[in-house]
Each structure stands twice: as structure tokens, then as C-alpha cells.
Design a protein around this ligand. Structure first.
Ligand SMILES: [Zn+2]
Ligand SMILES: [Zn+2]
Ligand SMILES: [Zn+2]
Ligand SMILES: [Zn+2]
Length: 607
């Protein structure tokens, strides 16, 4: 459109000039054109002051005049042809009148604040597009950073694309090349040697595992695994490997094994085969074969071997499979097959005769029983000192051995005697066999100490065995008798006395004497028959008084033998009577007779 506009403008200008030039015919003719160049952004906003200049449109040489577009920070020309704007490029306007020769020619330069950077993603090998291109859009002079897209199995030449948007051009471009991602397939002999060389595997490509086999002495190559400690192979030569990663294949080895077989070589019971592994020591089976009439000597390398090379349980170190043959040695003739069973009465008599036992056949022992005075036969034993029987008459004997059987006796102990071995210990001993049947201790006779007071009821004394091995204390009740002892004229004291321990026992009491009296010559002799106390007193008599119909007789009086008594001087009385003696006719007599007087009434009658 713009170009069309320009062309139309030129045509119009040319027509105008032609028409003008048709009027003036000389060069002094002028047609001034005011040219204005505007600077705007894409939104139409003016971003710099316009430039103006004047061109004489009548002078064709002036038509190339123009102005350079200024540099404006943050902007670039949208069209690089606008870097220098000439009169020719402008939109010219010619007034219609030939007499007003003054025109205008505006032109607007568009600046843009957006520039583009195009990124192309190409397969580096085939030079063909591998991913859609990217358009980076930005302000001129600023920086950009872009991560190329991920393409399966490929790796871009640059992991990021960075740069600066152009400040002069409208757009720039760049090509990023992609190459197939490669992985390293390594091989590790894992203790062996001869591993294949490393190879490369393109991502997404199938990889064929190398058929080269490494070697290791004593081991067999099993294949490959992806870790060194694998015990079984995951991959083998020729296998297809698809994983897209760096990979190390480790050789998997199995220890070589060897078989050791056993041949009983005429016998039976050969051990089972054993497996021996390379580099290890095998312990040969400890089992031994058997062959009747032969002794097993060991193992040889041949059926004809006569001396053994190995014994059961030996170490075997060779890395060779082989069969071991039993080596046999013929045994000596078998042992005797009969045995003698002898009998020994062992102090008695009548033992049975010897018997013969056949190997592995049970012998019935003799039923005969020996005898011994004073003893009971218990049976038979293999020892003369046995106290219990192992065999009985008529019993079975199964051992494959000769033997002497001894009678086992039990004493009946028909009589015994008591013996004192030392001091007070005694035993009852069988007269027959001398066995001790019973025993005990019996002390005595004893020696005794004196009785001594022990308590209110007992006294005690020491009792010692005359053998000096035993002393004890013996107790007995006091042997008491009542004892009396004069205490006073009226009492004696009474107590118990034990003569054995010479002690007074119990409480002392006091009681009156029990006198027995006799009178001799007016003397009364009284003796206590318990304590023996004796007292002597003169005989006495009583003089009594009888008032004899009166009153107030005197009290009785006592007359001592041989001593004069003065009669009472008191006087009785009687109504209408006169006690004569008081009248003085008679003086009361002195009573001199040493005899009993019961009353004195006579006095009244006589007087
Ligand atoms: Zn006895
Ligand atoms: Zn004793
Ligand atoms: Zn006593
Ligand atoms: Zn007395």
C-alpha cells in the first residue's frame, strides 16, 4: 500500500511538474515543499520531535534530499528502509492551484519496541528440523535465555540459549543442532580377565551385548549382570539391551565343581557322592562301608588298590573328579564259640558241675543249690564278695563270655552273744558269721556323791559311771521326820528334818507341850512326850467355901503341898443368922491337913 501510494504520488508530481513546466519554460521556476518527518511508535504515539526541511520540488536533483532517522533509546526502526527518509519517500500534497506553489510532504517513521529472535532446532546429522522453532520476542537490547526443547533420544548442542535482542535489526535467528544421546557400555571381568572393550549405545537403539567371554581359572563364565556381587547372570552374549543409561556389565562366575564318588568294591554301604568346589578343601565322608569277613582299610584310587590313599574324614584338595574304591583286608578266623560257666560254693558245699555255653545261645543255669550250715543260699553272682544274686538256679545266662559264678550266702544268725568292746559300749554279735546284730551303751556301776539339799521337796547327788565316761545328777524326795524341840515352858517348836541331806525342810510351827505327869511325895513331875521337856511342881489342893443357906461365901483357895494356907477372912451372911465365927466364939481354924476339902459347911453346923 505504501509503495502504491508512493507511485501515485510520483505520478501526480510528474503530471503537476509537466503541467507547471508547460507554463514556465526556464529554470528559475520554484515549487517549495515543506517536508515533515514524524517519529512514532506502533501505537501512534510520537516518540521524538519531527524533523522538517524544505525541498524545491521543481528541482529534480533535490528530490534525493532527506533526513536520517534518529536513534531512539528502546526502539528500533520497524522498517530498515526508513533509516534515511528522502523527499521521494514522502507523501506529497500539491495544491490544485498553479498560482499557489507551496506543498507539503509528511512522512511518518514507525519505530517498534519489539524485536524477534528465531530459534531453529535441527538434527545435526540430517540437517532436518527436529522440533518446532521458537520465536523469542523482546525489547531491543535486552537479554533473553531459552532452554531448547527436550527431544527423546537426542541432546541439544547447547543446554540453554542466551543472548541480547538486536538493537539494529528487526529480527535475528539462530540454529540449535541436536545429536543422538550416547551411552557407554562397559565390561568388567569381575576377577577374571579378557573382558570386551567398551562400546557406545545410542539412546533408543537396541544394543547387542558382546559375545566375547572373559576367563577365570577354576571358574565358569555364566554371563553378565549389572552389579558385581550378582550370583546369577541377567544377560548373555548376543542379548539385546534396551536401557538408555551408562552401563557396566560384570562377569558372573560359578566355581567349578568336581564329583567324588565312592565304590564299596565288593562291600556295601559306600557313602553318597560328594561335590568338591575349586579352591576349597573337601572333607571326605566319614561313613565306612562294610564287608563280611573283611576289614575296611580306607579308600584307594583303583579297584585293585591294596593300600589306601585316603581315610574317611581326610581332606581332599585336588580339582579333579574321581571315584574312590574301598580297600579291604581279609579278617582273621572267627573267635571260639563256646564258653565255660563254673560254680564256686563260696564257703558252702555241693556246687554244680561246670556248664558249657554256646555263642549266641542262651544257657539254662544248673538247678542245683549248694548248702552251708547256718546260711541261706540267695543265688549266684560273678563276685565272691557279692551280697545280692545276679543269677538264680535254673535261670538264663546270655553273655558270650566264660564266667565263674559264686554262691551268695545269707547268714541265719542262729545264736549270738553280747560283747563289751570298751567301757560301756556293747554289741550283740552273731556266733555264726560275726556280724553285729545290735549295739548300744549301758553305763554303770556308779559311784554316788552325798545327797545335798536341792529344793523344798527334793535333794540331789552326783552319779558317776565308774568308767568315768558319764556323770549325771540324781534327784529324790527328802526323807523327812518330824522333830520337836523345847521352845518355852509352854511350847515346843515342830519342824521336818531330812537326815539324808542333813537339812531342815519346810516351815516351823509352835504348839503346846503334851505333858504326861506323875505324882511322887507331893511333887508332880510333868514331861512332854514330844520334845522331852520336863518340869517339877509341888502338889496343890483346893479349899472351897459353902455359905450353907447364906450368901457371899469366899472364893476357893489353893493349898500347896507342905505350905500353910491362911483361910479367907471374908465373912458370909444369912438372914436372921449370925456367922458365929464373926462373933468371936470360934476363931476360924487354920486348915493344915494336906488333903482335899470340898466344903466347910461343917463350921455352921458345929458351931
Ligand atoms: Zn550270723
Ligand atoms: Zn559308763
Ligand atoms: Zn533330804
Ligand atoms: Zn513338848
Amino acid at each position: 500500500m505504501k509503495r502504491v501510494t508512493k507511485v501515485l504520488a510520483l505520478i501526480l508530481a510528474a503530471v503537476t511538474l509537466l503541467s507547471v513546466m508547460t507554463i514556465p519554460t526556464f529554470a528559475a521556476y520554484n515549487y517549495p515543499m515543506t517536508c515533515t518527518v514524524y517519529y512514532k511508535n506502533e501505537k501512534g504515539k510520537q516518540i521524538a520531535s519531527p524533523s522538517t526541511f524544505t525541498v524545491n520540488a521543481a528541482e529534480s536533483k533535490e528530490h534525493s534530499r532527506g533526513v536520517s532517522s534518529p536513534s531512539i533509546s528502546g526502539y528500533v526502526l520497524k522498517d530498515s528502509n526508513d533509516s534515511y527518509v528522502t523527499y521521494e519517500m514522502m507523501d506529497k500534497s500539491f495544491p490544485a492551484s498553479n498560482y499557489v506553489r507551496q506543498g507539503t510532504a509528511p512522512y511518518t517513521v514507525i519505530y517498534t519496541d519489539t524485536v524477534y529472535h528465531y530459534l531453529y532446532f535441527v538434527n545435526g546429522s540430517t540437517r532436518r528440523t527436529i522440533a518446532p522453532s521458537a520465536t523469542l520476542k523482546g525489547t531491543p537490547g535486552t537479554y533473553y535465555n531459552h532452554i531448547p526443547p527436550t527431544v527423546a533420544h537426542y541432546t541439544p548442542g547447547r543446554t540453554s540459549v542466551s543472548g541480547r535482542f538486536s538493537t539494529s535489526k528487526t529480527s535475528t535467528s539462530e540454529t540449535i543442532y541436536y545429536y543422538r544421546t550416547m551411552y557407554t557400555m562397559s565390561y568388567n571381568a569381575n576377577g577374571g580377565s579378557g573382558a570386551p572393550s567398551s562400546e557406545s549405545k545410542g539412546s533408543g537403539w537396541d544394543y547387542t551385548i558382546s559375545s566375547v567371554k572373559p576367563t577365570k581359572v577354576g571358574y565358569t563364565f555364566q554371563g553378565w549382570a549389572t552389579y558385581s556381587w550378582a550370583s546369577s547372570a541377567s544377560y548373555h552374549g548376543g542379548d539385546t539391551y534396551k536401557l538408555n543409561q551408562n552401563t557396566t556389565f560384570y562377569a558372573v562366575w560359578s566355581r567349578n565343581s568336581y564329583t567324588i564318588s565312592y565304590n564299596a568294591n565288593g562291600g556295601t554301604g559306600a557313602p553318597s557322592s560328594q561335590t568338591k568346589y575349586y579352591g576349597t578343601t573337601l572333607t571326605l565322608s566319614s561313613a565306612k562301608p562294610y564287608r563280611t569277613g573283611y576289614t575296611f582299610k580306607g579308600w584307594g584310587l583303583y579297584a585293585s588298590s591294596t593300600s589306601p590313599l585316603y581315610q574317611p574324614g581326610d581332606d581332599y584338595n585336588y580339582n579333579i573328579s574321581r571315584t574312590l574304591y574301598a580297600v579291604w583286608e581279609k579278617e582273621a578266623p572267627p573267635a571260639p564259640t563256646t564258653y565255660t560257666v563254673s560254680y564256686n560254693a563260696n564257703g558252702g558245699s555241693g556246687a554244680p558241675a561246670s556248664q558249657t555255653k554256646t555263642k549266641d545261645i542262651t544257657l539254662t543255669l544248673s538247678g542245683t543249690k549248694p548248702t552251708r550250715s547256718g546260711y541261706t543260699f540267695l543265688g549266684w553272682a560273678t563276685s565272691a564278695s557279692a551280697t545280692s544274686a545276679s543269677y538264680q538256679p535254673g535261670g538264663s545266662y546270655t553273655a558270650n563270655a566264660s564266667v565263674t559264678l559264686y554262691a551268695v550266702w545269707s547268714c541265719n544268725h542262729p545264736s549270738s552273744k553280747k560283747v563289751w568292746d570298751t567301757g560301756c559300749d556293747w554289741r550283740t554279735v552273731c556266733d555264726n558269721c560275726g556280724a553285729t546284730l545290735s549295739s548300744g551303751t549301758l553305763h554303770g556301776p556308779y559311784t554316788y556323791g552325798d545327797w545335798v539339799y536341792y529344793s523344798g521337796s527334793q535333794h540331789s547327788r552326783y552319779k558317776t559311771c565308774i568308767h568315768g565316761d558319764y556323770t549325771t545328777t540324781e534327784y529324790a524326795s527328802h526323807n523327812t521326820s518330824a522333830q520337836y524341840e523345847q521352845y518355852s515352858a509352854s511350847q515346843h517348836k515342830k519342824y521336818s528334818y531330812c537326815a539324808d541331806c542333813n537339812s531342815t525342810v519346810g516351815t516351823t510351827s509352835y504348839e503346846s507341850h503334851t505333858f504326861t505327869s506323875s505324882t511322887v511325895n507331893g511333887q508332880v513331875v510333868s514331861t512332854c512326850n514330844l520334845c522331852g521337856y520336863t518340869k517339877t511342881m509341888a502338889q496343890t489342893y483346893t479349899v472351897s467355901y459353902n455359905a450353907n443357906g447364906g450368901y457371899n461365901a469366899p472364893s476357893s483357895q489353893t493349898k500347896v503341898h507342905g505350905v500353910t494356907l491362911t483361910l479367907s477372912s471374908s465373912v458370909p451372911y444369912r438372914f436372921n443368922y449370925e456367922f458365929v465365927c464373926t462373933l468371936g466364939k470360934r476363931i476360924p481354924r487354920v486348915y493344915r491337913r494336906n488333903g482335899e476339902i470340898t466344903e466347910v459347911k461343917d463350921y455352921f453346923e458345929n458351931f
